[in-house]
Design a protein around this ligand. Structure first.
Ligand code: MGD
Ligand code: MGD
Ligand code: SF4
Ligand code: MO
Length: 750
């Protein structure tokens, strides 16, 4: 049984290897029988690999890695296998309106007028809080900036949300509370210099394959490099670890605090650094002393953390030792940390370890949150595409930020609604209660991806709600609930910017024409806004390049500054990292360090300056352990966790259309520990029923050594086995990010 999992792992590893040998053979434009090669960015993960799209006879027929971008010509299979997705028969090519229950082709005029009419009616009857936009970390930067402006400035509505709430909100919360500003200070170059990798709650191998390849190469290049993987599953990522730490899901907070305890106990901390550059703060946001921090940590001796987490105290000490004693430590994390009811705290505790040891702001030493989507950073976090944000780190609730944006947008003072809008779960709850009545969606499939989705599908299904979806594929689950569907130009059918995990903005150039009547979403949004009655001056854009120029100007007075990234320069270069204040500036590798970060004057008295905080000091937070929202009990004794596999993207609307990828994982399954399977008499391939407080469903069993006993895993790509009917929508009180990673489940053989 375990063997078959091994074979499966081998196959995944082979897929990873294939991309490594298959893709980097990049030849000059015009070769391989292509008419031309057009520069772009992979539309899948937050790694943000640069690509070259081979165009022949007006069609995109090949994709290979851009040798000049950070991925140095490498791509994983998903990135390389784009063409069949572009030309899938399920593409939406005409605007559709639901008539007599059926989505029926109509003209653009009819679809736009109808949609605008519905919005106008709701705005008139219920006011701006009854409409909403729900976007995506896969939309272009220009698209999200524009949508957010239309709603916040044009309609006075702050209900602007998107899937990054399900994904990166806790990372944002962590960066902002610790450093005062969002986004990582380090970059991918740190991978090449790190001597210790602390990977926690990230299956990098399957979810950021090209970064995983870079980590693996780093390890191969120097036998002293150590890798620690902290994950309750023995994932593909864990296979290259020197130390894989498995534990009771949801107990990371205790483990991370215990590491800090040991670091201080053994005097492995760096008092020169934390003495100068750090404040200690408790949960009441009061400044406390280092001694208070030590007292707080007394509750988290490695022995006490062992009792909570199941990780042997000696292992916790070893991790802490490796972390603190290495010459350069890089932490990498993703959804195992963020998708939790204490995701922000977990992020804080990772930052704590770096600040305590001074392993920050030096090559190879950095906390580095991996972003999931290709444009969650650039598009949504940076442009302010969430309900509490304004562009470039500004906040709705801050009067001076609103005033600044009103000036930049040419609005009358007081135009921007001072109250933050609804966060994602609250938004869909409000939809279910009939309080939000018109919803516009762009590039996301919430009827599949939301947690506790039965409830939210019912909200979308309400007869008195109006749902307009800009969506590229007819078979996306959300279309079942749409009143109007608008066909967008997809990926390289239009031009625009993506910003990946390392603050790198790269341009996707237009390589081919969109099919049928599909149009760039920037143009769709402009037309829709005008018909909704938004002041035409606010949306006076002919194309995404014009939106980009406004966005550059809006960001210019802030530390996000990328004024130097003109469109012309973006066309020539393969990605630039902000801050980048002028056209000669090469972009920034490390933030918050004098001499590196252009936001810090060269003669600044302090070498490290966390300028997001009033006194330039980052914060070590005293964050207590807190368990999951729904712990296993006698009725539901297992933990259900959900996530990804290497060959599928989220809701499968794209990767399921590629034969190679579909064959690799044709349907969802439940992964369970061999010891548990044996107890229940379950063999590989048997049908197993999973039952939570929300719903139940039957999956085929994959018995292996990946899950620890007591834990089961189901991937969420399969629309026919929609695991989100079982997950729960409890969320972090700070970041409002749902706890997809943990709920209680009953497991039985069918
Ligand atoms: N192939 C592929 N790649 C993708 C995506 C995709 O759909 N497919 N999606 C992209 C997106 S948007 C995202 S957000 C990322 C997600 O990337 P990841 O976060 O790396 O992937 P996940 O599978 O969601 O979960 C990561 C790990 O969290 C672990 N985990 C579960 N519970 C806990 C816990 O309590 N503590 C800790 N420490 N770990 C826990 C799981 O076992 C799992 O291995 O991937 C991106 N890349
Ligand atoms: N159980 C469980 N659920 C999860 C998670 C989990 O770990 N477990 N993770 C959560 C996370 S981190 C994320 S990021 C979300 C992702 O959730 P979603 O965003 O809902 O998932 P996607 O499949 O990426 O949806 C993108 C949609 O946009 C469409 N599309 C593709 N390209 C274009 C385009 O160019 N324009 C337009 N308009 N449409 C396009 C696709 O066909 C697809 O329907 O899922 C969340 N849901
Ligand atoms: S690693 Fe991510 S960005 Fe790079 S090719 Fe693969 S899916 Fe695309
Ligand atoms: Mo995500």
């Amino acid at each position: 049984m375990a063997v078959s999992r091994r074979e499966f792992l081998k196959a995944s590893a082979a897929a990873t290897a294939l991309m490594a040998i298959g893709a980097p053979v990049v030849k000059a434009a015009g070769s391989d029988g292509m008419d031309r090669w057009v520069k772009g960015v992979c539309r899948f993960c937050g790694t943000g690999c640069g690509v070259l799209v081979g165009v022949r006879g007006g069609k995109a027929v090949m994709v290979k890695g851009d040798p000049n971008n950070h991925n140095a010509g490498f791509l994983c299979l998903k990135g390389a296998l784009m063409p069949p997705i572009i030309y899938a028969k399920e593409r939406v090519t005409k605007p559709l309106i639901r008539k007599n229950g059926k989505l029926t082709p109509v003209s653009w005029d009819e679809a736009l007028d109808y949609t605008a009419g519905k919005f106008k009616a709701v705005l008139k009857s219920d006011g701006p809080n009854a409409v909403a936009f729900y976007g995506s970390g896969q939309a272009l930067t220009e698209e999200t900036y524009l949508a957010s402006k239309i709603f916040k400035a044009g309609l006075r509505c702050n209900n602007v949300e998107g899937n990054p709430r399900l994904c990166m909100a806790s990372a944002v919360g962590g960066y902002v509370t610790t450093f005062g500003k969002d986004e990582p200070m380090g970059s991918y170059e740190d991978i090449d210099a790190a001597t210790c990798f602390f990977i926690i709650g990230s299956n990098t191998s399957e979810c950021h394959p090209i970064l995983f390849k870079r980590i693996a190469s780093r390890k191969q290049s120097d036998k002293n490099v150590k890798i620690i993987v902290v994950d309750p599953r023995k994932t593909n990522t864990a296979r290259i670890a020197d130390l894989h730490v498995s534990f009771k899901p949801g107990t990371d907070l205790a483990i991370l605090n215990a590491m800090a305890y040991h670091i201080i106990q053994e005097e492995l901390d760096n008092p020169r650094f934390h003495g100068r550059y750090v404040n200690f703060m408790n949960n009441k946001k009061e400044k406390v002393s280092f001694e208070d921090y030590q007292k707080f940590l007394a509750d988290y001796t490695p022995e006490k953390a062992e009792a909570l987490s199941g990780v042997p105290a000696a292992t916790i000490r070893k991790m802490a030792q490796w972390f603190a004693e290495s010459s350069a430590t890089m932490s990498l994390w993703c959804m195992g940390i963020n998708q939790r009811i204490r995701g922000v705290w977990a992020n804080n505790l990772i930052h704590n370890l770096h600040l305590l040891t001074g392993k920050i702001g030096k090559p190879g030493s950095t906390p580095f949150s991996l972003t999931g989507q290709p444009n969650a950073c650039g598009g949504v976090r940076d442009t302010g595409g969430l309900s509490h944000l304004l562009p470039a780190g500004r906040l709705i609730k801050k009067a001076e930020h609103r005033a600044e944006m009103e000036k930049l947008w040419g609005l009358a003072p007081g135009t921007i609604n001072p109250k933050p809008g609804l966060h994602t779960v609250a938004l869909y709850n409000a939809l279910g209660q009939g309080k939000v009545k018109a919803l516009l969606m762009l590039c996301t499939n919430p009827a599949h991806s939301l947690p506790n989705v039965n409830k939210h599908q019912a909200a979308l299904a309400r007869k008195d709600t109006f749902v307009c979806v800009i969506e590229a594929f007819r078979d996306a689950e959300t279309l079942k609930f749409a009143d109007v569907v608008l066909p967008p130009a997809f990926w390289c059918e239009r031009e625009g910017v993506y910003g990946c995990s390392e603050r790198r903005y790269s341009l996707i150039s237009k390589a081919i024409d969109p099919p049928g009547q599909a149009r760039p979403s920037v143009n769709i949004l402009v037309d829709l806004a005008k018909r909704m009655g938004v002041d035409p001056k606010l949306v006076n854009f002919k194309n995404s390049a014009e939106v980009w120029d406004e966005w550059r100007a809006v960001a210019r007075p802030t530390p996000y500054n990328f004024w130097g990234m003109t469109r012309e320069r973006m066309r020539k270069e393969s990605g630039i990292r902000w801050p980048c204040p002028d056209e000669k500036h090469p972009g920034t590798n490390i933030r918050y360090v004098r001499g590196e970060d252009p936001n810090i004057p060269k003669d600044h008295p302090r070498k490290y300056h966390f300028y997001g905080k009033p006194d330039g000091r980052a914060v070590i937070w005293l964050r207590p352990y807190k368990g999951a929202a729904e712990e296993p009990d006698a009725q539901y004794p297992f933990v259900l966790t959900t996530g990804r596999v290497i060959d599928h993207w989220h809701t499968g609307t794209m990767t399921m259309k590629v034969p190679e990828l579909r064959k690799s994982f044709p349907k969802a399954y439940v992964e369970l520990a061999a010891a548990d399977a044996k107890k229940m008499g379950i063999n590989n391939g048997d049908n197993v029923k999973l039952e939570t407080r929300r719903d139940k469903m039957v999956f085929q069993a994959r018995v292996s050594d990946v899950c620890r006993p007591g834990l089961v895993f189901v991937p969420f790509f399969d629309v026919h086995l929609l695991i989100n009917k079982l997950t729960l929508d409890a969320f972090d009180p700070g970041s409002k990010q749902p706890e997809y990673k943990i709920c209680a489940v009953r497991v039985s053989k069918v």
